[in-house]
Write a protein that binds this ligand. Structure first.
Ligand code: RP5
Length: 160
């Protein structure tokens, strides 16, 4: 496994599965796990501290509400951590976004957009990072992008 996808709750899976689907598409191996910053804090520390030795290169963390998960994960590992703000019921994910994106200087989290687009892009960005040292994954990313471009060029009429 080269990517770890973790999330605060099973309820985050409908969002975070878009990261997994993107990694499937791009041929990147990953693991998925529910790890909560506030409900299972010791598990979070253990997961983040052991990730590098287990061969993980990038961690994607998704959480909603007061979303500490990506920041706490980044505090426990030097691996790159990508944060996905899950769309919360009360505040539509604005709370998740601000919790994840406003990391104080010194510990970095790469924050994506709220919801499914952010989760898919986290998968894409993780693959791009893996692609810097894995030529096959880089080729897969390049093929994905050129197919995406060609689909738009082949369908220019918005009314069709
Ligand atoms: C966060 O609280 C999770 O990431 C989830 O987005 C949110 C709600 O969790 P549940 O109450 O649905 O388990 O920790």
């Amino acid at each position: 496994m080269t990517v770890g996808i973790i999330m605060g709750s099973k309820s985050d899976w409908p969002t975070m599965q878009h990261a997994a689907e993107m990694l499937d598409l791009l041929g990147v191996k990953y693991e998925t796990k529910v790890v909560s910053a506030h409900r299972t804090p010791h598990l979070l520390a253990e997961y983040a501290e052991s990730a590098k030795d287990r061969g993980i290169k990038v961690i994607i963390g998704g959480a909603g509400g007061a979303a500490h998960l990506p920041g706490m994960t980044a505090a426990y590992t030097s691996l790159p951590v990508l944060g996905v703000p899950v769309q919360s019921k009360a505040l539509s994910g604005q709370d998740s976004l601000l919790s994840i994106v406003q990391m104080p200087k010194g510990i970095a989290v790469g924050t994506l957009a709220i919801g499914t687009a952010g989760a898919a892009n986290a998968g894409l960005l993780a693959a791009q990072i893996i692609g810097t040292f894995d030529a096959q994954v880089q080729e897969n990313v390049e093929r994905f992008r050129s197919e995406q471009t060609q689909t738009i060029l082949d369908n220019p009429n918005p009314a069709e």
